[in-house]
Write a protein of this length. Structure first.
Length: 496
């Protein structure tokens, strides 16, 4: 009868009203969804083409948080940088460990065997001891500095003998940093041309590997990575750094098989070089394009070396504040890290606009700090290299701000929260030493490109090297093509 139909309809209407009232009173709602037509890849094509533009465009269309499909996963994209701290603080709700485990297996081929245990507490203690404490970082840096003092003159001499000092700037930086880093962390015998070529073959395919494409589909990369891993078998650790020796001991205590220990240790070959090399390159490149800033940095280096009795020490490198600022500015302009978490349970997230969205368990959460790097409201002249930008901000004691809110990490090239790169201090000190020593001893000129006025290096200019954006989300972009340069010994080393 009509009465029988009317009762369920009335109950349904009442239930719907109650649900709407509950959502209205709590302010909770699901984030909007971006429809993508490409199976599995989803938003990956648009994101990979220009990640910063993707986030800017979708923020304007969909707001502070939206959902899209990416590489087989449903992902919540956070487009408002003011929400980053809230995400990073809540490591229990937004978990990084599943991402790290997946990354190790997809990109590096490590899958835990039955009975193997990775002691997270022991590793945290290890990183604090060797990569965060001044004594630990000092030990690694001292090894790196000794290596560079031998590697740099030898590489430049070979360049002068073979080609009159002409070469590709990125290739030069790659050789010097790789051959200085490997003896600092591993056995000096690992710092070879073959090891560098094998690393480069693997790194060239890393975007595919991290996306889940099996290594076996890239024979050259697979063979290179296998040879690099083989370097870290046997008794190599007897000549390695204390850091690597202690890592080896932790693995043994966790019953990790020898073949897996080698795979886990080899991850540091990639981690120690993949972003350090392009960061060193871009910092040097920007300085070579900015004549006034180059001379200011060179003067700072000369003063620091003079204060140390004519040489560079770990302490004197710590006084290179302008060079440190230039590294931060290079990272702002050339880094594109994506941060990813797994939502562990249904979690409300309050937006800056006052509403609340509910993020569902099992889905992923991602944000791209690079979108902030080119925000003119935070960084005036956002596409230009301003070498002293971060130094002036530190001296003023005023943090960068976004819409009136302080940004305690305006550049997040090294990650954030529990995924903050533990080796960031070592990497920056290593880059400082490389550039400082180079500027003391040599002149470097870019071929076909004149140095301009201070602050005039524009990354959107036609003569600026194109960056390899295929590495979007993975760290610092390398240049897409060779950058010709000429090196010469300075006529007055350590001086004018």
């Amino acid at each position: 009868s009509r009465a029988c139909v009317a009762v369920p309809a009335a109950l349904l209407a009442l239930l719907l009203a109650l649900l709407l009232k509950q959502n209205h009173s709590s302010g909770a709602q699901a984030p909007p969804v971006l429809f993508t037509w490409v199976p599995f890849v989803g938003a990956g094509l648009e994101l990979g083409a220009d990640a910063a533009a993707f986030f800017r465009k979708r923020a304007a269309q969909l707001g502070e948080v939206f959902q899209a499909h990416l590489a087989g996963n449903d992902v919540y994209f956070v487009t408002n940088p003011n929400l980053y701290p809230a995400v990073l603080r809540r490591s229990r709700e937004f978990d990084f460990q599943p991402i790290a485990d997946e990354f190790q297996e997809k990109a590096f081929g490590y899958a835990a065997k039955e009975g193997e245990v990775l002691d997270a507490v022991a590793f945290h203690r290890l990183y604090t001891q060797h990569l965060k404490s001044s004594e630990g970082v000092g030990g690694l840096t001292s090894r790196s500095m000794r290596s560079l003092e031998q590697v740099l003159p030898a590489e430049v001499a070979a360049l002068l003998d073979s080609g009159g000092g002409a070469g590709d700037l990125y290739a030069i930086v790659s050789r010097v940093i790789f051959k200085s880093t490997m003896p600092a962390i591993f056995d000096p015998a690992t710092a070879t041309e073959e090891a560098l070529r094998d690393f480069q073959a693997f790194d060239a395919k890393f975007a595919f590997l991290s996306g889940g494409v099996p290594l076996k589909y890239f024979p050259e990369a697979a063979a290179g990575w296998e040879r690099n891993t083989a370097l870290l078998t046997g008794d190599y650790y007897e000549a390695a750094s204390k850091f690597m020796q202690d890592r080896h001991e932790v693995y043994l205590r966790g019953n990790i098989a020898e073949e897996n220990i080698a795979k886990l240790q080899a991850i540091f070959i990639w981690a120690a070089n993949a972003n350090t090399i392009p960061t060193g390159f871009w910092t040097l490149y920007f300085l070579l394009r900015d004549a006034a800033m180059l001379e200011r940095v060179r003067s700072e280096v000369r003063r620091a070396a003079g204060d140390s009795g004519g040489g560079l020490t770990l302490e004197s490198l710590g006084r290179l504040e302008l060079l440190d600022s230039c590294i931060d500015e290079a990272l702002r302009l050339a880094s594109g890290s994506m941060m990813m978490r797994v939502v562990k349970k249904d979690t409300p997230l309050e937006l800056e606009g006052g509403t609340t969205v509910v993020l569902k368990a099992g889905k992923r959460l991602a944000f791209y700090p690079g979108q902030l790097h080119f925000d003119a409201g935070v960084f005036p002249q956002p596409f230009c290299f301003v070498g002293d930008r971060f130094l002036q901000q530190r001296r003023r004691g005023q943090p960068f701000e976004l819409r009136g809110r302080k940004l305690h990490q305006p550049v997040m090239a090294f990650g954030g929260g529990v995924s903050m790169c533990p080796g960031r201090n070592f990497a920056k000190t290593e880059i400082k030493h490389f550039i400082a020593r180079l500027l003391l001893e040599y002149d470097v000129e870019l071929e076909g490109v004149a140095a301009g006025a201070e602050g005039a290096v524009d990354t959107t200019a036609a003569d600026f090297p194109e960056m390899d954006l295929s590495r979007a989300g993975l760290g610092v972009y390398p240049p897409k093509a060779a950058v010709p340069c000429v090196l010469k010994r300075r006529s007055m080393p350590h001086g004018g």
